[in-house]
Every structure is written in structure tokens, then in C-alpha cells.
Design a protein around this ligand. Structure first.
Ligand SMILES: C[S@@+](CC[C@H](N)C(=O)[O-])C[C@H]1O[C@@H](n2cnc3c(N)ncnc32)[C@H](O)[C@@H]1O
Length: 263
């Protein structure tokens, strides 16, 4: 079973100098109040963990695994590195790191969802810790590389998240964040809303016989549409102390964010 090491003390929540940035406005159509959001998100991922890899493949038209690998390579991942996969889910990013030569024993995954951790454990055999990106249960300067795939929109505060990344990275360590970005054009938004927000949830409802997968897809689109801008994300990365911060775009929807802890 995953270790139960949820940290309850976060030095940064008391640090006034941190820029606090919620990834999106509250979405009362999905959860009652801000306090219930984390619980709602965990329940959603618990309930769709079994289907997650298939959802990811369908959403990306089968390109998701190759994209994770390509992004990790471009961000400078090397086989000797100790890697933390934040929001590891079923372990697709962790597997991509291992496909690039990182040894199983060098990869640690962290995620709050028991369901996702269970699926991950069945598939990859990496060390797993139940926890959240904003309160990482690891010592300072423990990792050479942090990746976070498609989960930035689910954390409570990206300012706190990035300070935690900074804290647990070794000097010279790297951060890669994979995200889906709200399309800029009206047509892109319309297509996104119709395909991601309506069509796919309807298909998922039928194929998964009413599981949480359909709700997950609706929530997915809502958080993409309401997510803070790429400039805000870049600003929060810089404010955390990370350097060489940049965004690489892939098509209208995908953004990879990169940062490095000064040596
Ligand atoms: C869309 S999945 C991404 C899984 C994986 N990273 C990938 O690339 O496929 C989002 C994951 O974020 C996790 N998550 C939600 N809130 C989180 C938080 N505050 N900190 C870390 N992970 C979180 C969910 O449990 C879920 O496993």
C-alpha cells in the first residue's frame, strides 16, 4: 500500500511573501464550497482511476505517452536523475521517465487519490506516497527533477505548490509542468466546449456505465476554460525563485512549463 505520509505542516503557508494564486475560480456547479473542493477532486479521481489511461489516450488521440516522453527529454531529464512525479495518478509520466532510462528505484510518485495510487501500484512498482503537491512530504533538496502532468488546475494554490517544488529540488534541479491551455480563438473555445465538455462526457457515460469518468471530463473542461493565464503561471514560477522559466506550446491546447532552481 502507498505510504501514509500526508504532511500537516507547511512552512510556506505562513510566509507572507508567497504569491497566492488559485488555478481557477470556484466552480459551485461541481462542489459546494472552496473547503470541499479537494475532497471533490479526490473522489472524482478515485472513481475514474480504472478508466484514466483510456481517457488520456482518447483525449489526446493516442499521442499522450509519446508527448510525455518528448517533453521530459526536452526538459533535460537524464537517466541518473532522482525524479519526483507530482500528481502521479496512474503513473503515465513516471513510466515515461523510466522509458527514458531512469531506474525504477529513482522515481517517486505522490498523489492524494487512493484509487489512482492503487492503479499506479499495480502497473509500475515505483515508490508511492499519498500526499498533495502543496505539502510535499520530502526533505529539502531531495530531487533532481520534478514533473507534474495535467494536474496544475487541481491544486489549491499554485504559488504554494511552486515554493514546495523549489524547496525539494536540489540546486540546479529542473521542473516540468505539462498542462492543457484554454484555446485563444473563439472557434477553438467552441470546439473545446463541444468536444471535451459535452461529446466525450456523453460517450464516457455510456462506455463506463455511469462511472465518475463522465463527470471527470466535464470538470476537466470547466477547469481548462477557467484556468488562470499562462502568463500568471509563468509569473508564479518566477516568484517561487525558479529561473530560466519558459513556456513551450504544442498546438492550440498543450503547454509545457519549465523552470530551474539556481545552482
Ligand atoms: C489528470 S490526472 C494526471 C495524472 C498523471 N500526472 C498524468 O500525467 O497522467 C490529475 C492527478 O492529479 C491528482 N491531484 C489532484 N489534486 C492534487 C494535489 N493537490 N496535489 C497533487 N496531485 C493532485 C489527482 O488525484 C490525479 O491523479
Amino acid at each position: 500500500m502507498p505510504e501514509q505520509r500526508l504532511s500537516d505542516s507547511n512552512q510556506y503557508t505562513r510566509n507572507e511573501s508567497i504569491s497566492r494564486v488559485q488555478p481557477h475560480r470556484d466552480l459551485p456547479e461541481f462542489y459546494e464550497s472552496r473547503e470541499r473542493r479537494a475532497e471533490f477532486v479526490a473522489r472524482l479521481f478515485d472513481g475514474s482511476a480504472l478508466y484514466y489511461d483510456r481517457i488520456s489516450a482518447v483525449l489526446s488521440f493516442g499521442t499522450d505517452r509519446a508527448h510525455r516522453k518528448r517533453a521530459l527529454r526536452r526538459a533535460g531529464l537524464e537517466p541518473h536523475m532522482r525524479v519526483l512525479d507530482v500528481a502521479t495518478g496512474t503513473g503515465l509520466a513516471a513510466q515515461a521517465a523510466m522509458d527514458l532510462g531512469v531506474k525504477r528505484g529513482q522515481v517517486v510518485g505522490v498523489d492524494p487519490s487512493r484509487g489512482m495510487l492503487h492503479e499506479n501500484q499495480k502497473r509500475h512498482g515505483i515508490r508511492l506516497v499519498q500526499g498533495r503537491g502543496e505539502w510535499l512530504p520530502f526533505a529539502d533538496a531531495s530531487f533532481d527533477f520534478i514533473c507534474m502532468g495535467y494536474a496544475l488546475r487541481h491544486v489549491e494554490d499554485i504559488g504554494i505548490l511552486f515554493r514546495e517544488f523549489y524547496r525539494v529540488l536540489k540546486p540546479g534541479g529542473r521542473v516540468l509542468i505539462l498542462e492543457i491551455t484554454r484555446p485563444e480563438s473563439r472557434l477553438g473555445l467552441l470546439l473545446g466546449r463541444s468536444y471535451l465538455g459535452k461529446f466525450l462526457p456523453a460517450v464516457a457515460r455510456i462506455l463506463t456505465r455511469g462511472s465518475d469518468a463522465s463527470k471527470l471530463l466535464q470538470f476537466y473542461w470547466a477547469t481548462i476554460a477557467e484556468c488562470v493565464s499562462p502568463e500568471t503561471i509563468l509569473g508564479a514560477l518566477s516568484s517561487s525563485g525558479l529561473e530560466n522559466v519558459e513556456r513551450r506550446r504544442l498546438g492550440a491546447l498543450l503547454s509545457d512549463y519549465f523552470g530551474m532552481k539556481p545552482s
